[in-house]
Design a protein around this ligand. Structure first.
Ligand code: GLU
Length: 400
């Protein structure tokens, strides 16, 4: 399979946590909550015993736990099926309190203190709040507590939510500089096609890089209990690996799932990028909702790909409303994303100087602004463009 970026051969999986000093473990709702019997206490105790063992080896552990909504709806006896937003919010309020108590009690069996952290989208997307949330998590770790993190679903609305804990966990992992993110769910890894639909689907133990080909393997499937499917897991992988954090997808359907991983249960490992971008650029690249779009010409695209700043002259079109300092996505002439960066101008001013020389800025705006629309220090190549282009070329060639 020339040119593919995955391996189907078995690799040595026994040292999954080797060289790991800080790990984020994400736990899906379906593992923790049974629709009829509620919280799966025995399973939770077994995970907490695994966490205690990792900590005894000097590994710092953070948990992103789903299950608030699933648990709350079972306590409130809401009927099966999709919930309205207010029902989800109420379920989360009831479920989160029980979920946090359960974690705290289970970890306490090994003398470990738990700390509840509820995040909203702004806590990772706004720089000041991001630094604040990071400081809290660091403090908890230095006090030897295990942060138990979830989205604050009680106040999250459709527009301002992560919606899935896969990406939330990836944002947490990059925020705290974890070297490993483990997604425990009801599937044991990535397959070339959804295994329940395609018996020829092959399991992929190692994914050195997330290419468009890998992305295409992720169907959209999600269950009623959990929001994330394989697609959000791949999205999480992109966020984590770009910042130098490896990611495992493993089955949590057994007791002691983390010990099982080390005992030979299979999993897919997404390798961390070889040259991760720095912390600030990690934050820029991982932004879930860029505020605007800058569409640029070929000259600007070439300049960006060679590490230069984006000048107003190369900007053809601007979409969205943003303020200076907001994250914007930069698209090439073929409509594919090239980069993300912090806007040097509000969108109104940016529209006025788009397509104009930097020397004209003062005349147009009435003040001497920055010469760059996005400065290279605030810019990170998101790489999709180059990869997508390769994939397109491949498809064209295949069709003659
Ligand atoms: N935050 C949601 C909850 O605790 C779960 C989101 C997800 O399933 O990814 O219920």
């Amino acid at each position: 399979m020339k040119g593919t970026s995955f391996m189907t051969k078995k690799t040595d999986q026994s040292n999954a946590f080797a060289r790991t000093s800080r790990v984020v473990i994400k736990i899906g709702s379906a593992l923790l909550v049974d629709r009829t019997t509620g919280l799966k206490k025995e399973w939770l105790d077994s995970v907490c015993a695994d966490i205690a063992r990792l900590r005894a080896r000097g590994i710092e552990v953070l948990v992103v736990s789903s299950g608030a909504i699933a648990l709350g709806r079972s306590v409130l006896k809401l009927p099966a099926g999709a919930l309205k937003l207010e029902e989800s919010q109420a379920s989360a309020a009831v479920g989160q309190i029980a979920l946090a108590r359960a974690w705290s009690q289970s970890l306490d069996r090994d003398g470990i203190v738990a700390g509840q952290v509820l995040l909203t989208l702004g806590d990772t997307e706004e720089r000041r709040r991001y630094l604040n949330a990071r400081a809290t998590l660091k403090q908890l770790l230095s006090l030897k507590a295990v942060p138990i993190i979830n989205e604050n679903d009680t106040v999250a609305t459709t527009e301002i939510r992560y919606g899935d804990n896969d990406r939330l966990a990836a944002r947490v992992a990059t925020m705290i500089g974890a070297d490993l993110l483990v997604l425990l769910s009801d599937i044991d890894g990535l397959y070339t096609a959804p295994p329940h639909l395609d018996p020829a689907a092959e399991f992929l133990p190692v994914i050195p890089e997330i290419t468009p080909e890998i992305e295409a393997m992720a169907g959209g499937a999600a269950s009623e209990l959990s929001r994330g499917g394989m697609r959000t897991k791949i999205e999480a992988g992109k966020i984590a690996t770009a910042s130098g954090c490896a990611m495992l997808i493993a089955s949590g359907k057994v007791l002691n799932p983390l010990a099982s991983i080390e005992d030979g249960a299979r999993f897919s490992r997404f390798e961390a990028a070889k040259s991760p971008v720095n912390a600030r650029k990690t934050w820029i690249a991982g932004q879930l909702h860029p505020a605007g779009e800058l569409h640029v010409d070929t000259g600007a695209e070439t300049a960006l790909l060679s590490g230069k700043s984006l000048l107003p002259a190369g900007v053809r079109r601007i979409e969205g409303h943003f303020s200076r300092g907001d994250t914007v996505a930069v698209y090439g002439p073929d409509g594919l994303e090239i980069a993300r960066g912090l806007a040097g101008y509000d969108d109104g001013d940016a529209r006025q100087i788009a397509g104009r020389k930097s020397g004209e800025i003062e005349n147009i705006l009435g003040y001497a602004g920055r010469s760059a629309m996005v400065h290279r220090d605030d810019l990170v190549l998101t790489g999709h463009a180059a990869l997508d282009r390769e994939a397109k070329k491949g498809r064209k060639n295949a069709h003659g």
